[in-house]
Design a protein around this ligand. Structure first.
Ligand SMILES: [Fe+2]
Ligand SMILES: [Fe+2]
Length: 278
């Protein structure tokens, strides 16, 4: 898998949503579950700048290809948050800077998290492999979530917007997955990354949003047969990365969150217990 950073840099742009008909939401508002998912997505997209902060205190800052991507990644994610914010505006839901301010206050200054990244970077040479793999998984789940919400919301204008966002998420996937594959060629990186994911991975945004909101998002987007198939597809992609076969991360979270999921396997329950205890 190859990723051409120069091609990406030449095509980086704010989300093209100038032709979106925001007034369509006044005529036909979104349902409460969809709006709740959009609030989550807005807050997490706008938290990207904080994820960037945490990555830049690690040895990732030594690689100019990685930092070139990360700068543009944060830029594109910002505009995803703004686009979703305009949809929330149309439903009289507080969005953008006022909402971001409240989110940051709720999360706190989060200095311990940043120190954790610094400490991890000083004790392992594989922090970038972990971060790139983590990024690939988060982008895979994010893109799948947008596409699923585009289907479940039953609103053509929202579907158009979410599909546009998901196309840009696809370019983020290409970068992170290519980096992960390359860095996981090292057996030590495989072992360390597998350990970190096994013990620390949680759905993207779960460090920012409450457990209730995270569970709602997982239930709404990963519930039912379609959600099960989506989770299985993402897990298959994770398992194809060197050294990560059989992790079952997404399925484990789905099984323990979605009431309609088939009975929880002992392994999934064990993994979920580890995830919620970190
Ligand atoms: Fe995004
Ligand atoms: Fe993304």
């Amino acid at each position: 898998m190859k990723f051409d950073i120069d091609t990406y840099l030449a095509t980086v742009a704010p989300l093209d949503d100038a032709d979106n008909d925001d007034d369509a939401f006044l005529e036909r508002p979104l349902d409460d579950d969809t709006l709740r998912c959009l609030r989550y997505m807005h807050d997490v997209e706008h938290h990207t700048t904080c994820y960037l902060r945490d990555l830049l205190v690690t040895s990732a800052h030594e690689d100019p290809e990685v930092t070139s991507f990360l700068a543009m990644w944060a830029y594109e994610e910002f505009w995803h948050g703004e686009a979703i914010g305009r949809v929330l505006d149309r439903h009289d839901v507080t969005a953008r800077r006022e909402r971001i301010f409240a989110t940051r206050r709720r999360v706190g200054r989060d200095r311990l998290r940043t120190l954790g990244f610094m400490a991890a970077s000083s004790v392992t040479d594989h922090i970038v492999a972990i971060a790139m793999t983590w990024g690939a998984i988060n982008e895979w789940t994010t893109q799948a979530g947008y596409l699923r919400l585009a289907e479940t919301a039953g609103h053509p204008e929202l579907a158009r917007l979410l599909r546009r966002i998901s196309r840009q998420e696809g370019r983020h996937i290409d970068f992170y997955a290519a980096q992960a594959e390359q860095r996981l060629a090292d057996r030590g990186a495989q072992r360390t990354t597998r350990f970190a994911l096994r013990h620390k991975w949680q759905p993207v945004g779960s460090n920012v949003m409450s457990a209730e909101e995270t569970d709602h998002l997982v239930r709404h987007l990963f519930g039912g047969d379609d959600g099960e198939q989506m989770a299985a597809r993402i897990d298959r992609r994770i398992h194809r990365l060197p050294g990560l076969d059989g992790l079952g991360l997404v399925d484990a979270v789905r099984r323990t969150t979605c009431p309609s999921a088939s009975s929880v396997s002992p392994r999934a329950r064990h993994l979920r217990c580890e995830l919620v205890s970190v």
